[in-house]
Design a protein around this ligand. Structure first.
Ligand SMILES: C=C(OP(=O)(O)O)C(=O)O
Length: 536
């Protein structure tokens, strides 16, 4: 048995087999083959398997997440079956007697360079896709199991790190836990684990040969056991049983209002990132969606999602919430949330760079498409729009102006839309300091404590080395929250918290005393927080 200590990113216990998410594990070298015809047949078989893998991913993503998100796999299928691409691989095998994986690798790199050099932004964006397709094909040729993130049974995901854009490919129902060698407790991997309500550990020095071994993840203490002894297994089986009993006990709180003992109602909303999370939202009795991270729609797509694709997602979520509020945060791309087709330049300080509302007000066409989709969807439910990363009043003014222009446009076309609230994330010190002025302009505030902590304490939330300095309980943060609540209430608007701090039970009493109106947390945290508030 091996015992490894990492950092807890989300509590809970999981037991099962480790599955390493390999990204660059296969080494492909030039090696001549005698039977080139046999090698071409091998390639043809691998193409068929790869194509059906992509089809499977397309079908699963369409059902579990949405058509827009699934489109990437359709594009990959088209690339794989492209005649020029296949002919180029076959020519190399035939003329140079190269082995198939090497011919795929070289062809993939050549095509990727051609795409990258294209003037057209869409074509540029395809450079990464052709590489991805080639890697998948190589993996199939080499008999490697996991490059497609395909999970045939429930497993513990082990990886160096997991990017937000990679998470869409995971079959969430088969993920028991996450454990990564790198990553920070404040990263989006950790946030994803919380949304999925599964244990997560980061910064764990896992051995390279962990794939296929059995293990236990103790997300409460940050301990990973590899090939655990029977006594340890028994201990954790009992702990798991206790946890599941606790969850069952919480079920009686479903359908109840979240009232403090002195009668104040706190709204308990859910944080989500895709249509696929809706089941957890309903299962955990969320009173609304307090933060729909709309950027995940963009991260999961192969190209800019169209107005129609976005409209369908927003409408579906609104309808499934049956009149309960759904707050869509507008595109918060940038920093760690990157996608090729945006063609963003490399920045020295991406967290302080071209991101979120800054992109939207620079590339207004992208913003207008999203806002139009949201306005149209508002005819089907109770939708609110929330802008991220606000630092100045003019950003709010400009956004309101665009929304008004779009409403006029829709009116003139006879397209329906409903009442729609406009709010902002308070996640920069500048927004806190002008909260009194901002409160006059919007319908609500939602405090993003993750970024607010990063920007106030000047600490990169992605940098695991700084985790001990990243203190969301810092008096500066708590004073800021207090100030924001006071400014909001003075202008008669409601205020919530949608950062991870909202689920921190050690602060629930403090937030309620401060006068918070809403807490938006991962779906699995709703009932425990309701219990805490009701018992207060
Ligand atoms: C909710 C927040 O946004 P993000 O998705 O960046 O964590 C936050 O910053 O608190």
């Amino acid at each position: 048995m091996e015992k490894i200590v990492g950092k807890s990113a989300f509590a809970g216990v999981a037991m099962g087999e480790f599955r390493e998410l390999k990204k660059d594990g296969i080494t492909v070298r030039s090696k001549k083959v005698e039977d080139y015809e046999g090698e071409i047949l091998r390639l043809e078989d691998a193409v068929k398997i790869t194509n059906s893998q992509l089809q499977e991913l397309y079908d699963k993503t369409t059902v579990g997440v949405g058509t827009a998100e699934a489109a990437i796999f359709e594009v990959h299928q088209m690339m794989l079956m492209d005649e020029a691409y296949q002919n180029s691989i076959i020519a190399m095998i035939k003329n140079e007697k190269e082995n198939a994986p090497y011919a795929v690798k070289v062809t993939g790199e050549n095509f990727s360079k051609i795409f990258a050099a294209a003037e057209d932004e869409y074509m540029k964006g395809r450079a990464a896709d052709i590489k991805d397709v080639s890697e998948r094909l190589i993996a199939v040729l080499c008999g490697a199991a996991v490059i497609n993130h395909k999970l045939d049974k429930p497993v513990i995901i082990a990886a160096d790190d997991i990017m937000p854009s990679e998470t869409v490919q995971l079959e969430k129902e088969n993920v028991l836990a996450f454990v990564t060698r790198k990553g920070s407790v404040n990263s989006h991997t950790a946030i994803l684990a919380r949304t999925m309500n599964i244990p997560a550990i980061v910064c764990a020095p896992l051995p390279k040969d962990i794939d296929g071994k059995n293990g236990i993840i103790d997300g409460n203490s940050g301990i990973v056991y590899i090939e655990p002894e029977e006594t340890v297994k028994e201990e954790y089986t009992k702990l798991q049983e206790k946890e599941s009993e606790k969850k069952t006990l919480l079920r009686h709180l479903k359908g109840k209002k979240t009232l403090t003992s002195d009668g104040k109602e706190i709204k308990l909303f859910a944080n989500i990132g895709s249509l696929g999370d809706m089941e957890a939202v309903l299962e955990n009795d969320a009173e609304g969606v307090g933060l729909f991270r709309s950027e995940f729609i963009y991260l999961e797509a192969a190209d800019y999602p169209t107005e129609e694709e976005q409209f369908q997602i927003y409408k579906d979520v609104a309808q499934r919430m049956e009149g309960k509020k759904v707050i869509f945060r507008t595109l918060d791309i940038g920093a760690d949330k990157q996608t090729d087709y945006f063609g963003m330049e490399k920045e020295d300080n991406p967290a302080l760079g071209y991101r979120a509302i800054r992109i939207c007000l620079t590339q207004e066409d992208i913003f207008r498409i999203q806002l139009r989709a949201l306005l149209r969807a508002s005819a089907y439910g109770n939708i609110a729009i929330m802008i991220p990363m606000v630092v100045s009043l003019w950003e709010v003014h400009r956004t309101k102006q665009i929304v008004e222009e779009l409403k006029e446009e829709l009116n003139s076309r006879g397209v329906c839309f409903g009442e729609i609230e406009l709010g902002i994330m308070i996640e920069t010190p500048a927004a806190v300091m002008i909260a009194d002025l901002l409160a006059k302009e919007v319908n609500f505030f939602s405090i993003g404590t993750n970024d607010l902590t990063q920007y106030t304490l000047a600490i990169d939330r992605q940098n695991a080395k700084l985790d001990m300095f990243y203190d969301a309980h810092h008096p500066a943060i708590l004073r800021m929250i207090q100030r924001v609540i006071e400014c909001a209430h003075k202008e008669g608007i409601w205020v919530g918290i949608c950062g991870e701090l909202a689920a921190d039970k050690s602060l629930t009493r403090t937030f309620v005393r401060m006068g918070i109106d809403e807490l938006s947390v991962a779906p699995g945290c709703i009932l425990p927080i309701r219990k805490k508030i009701i018992e207060m």
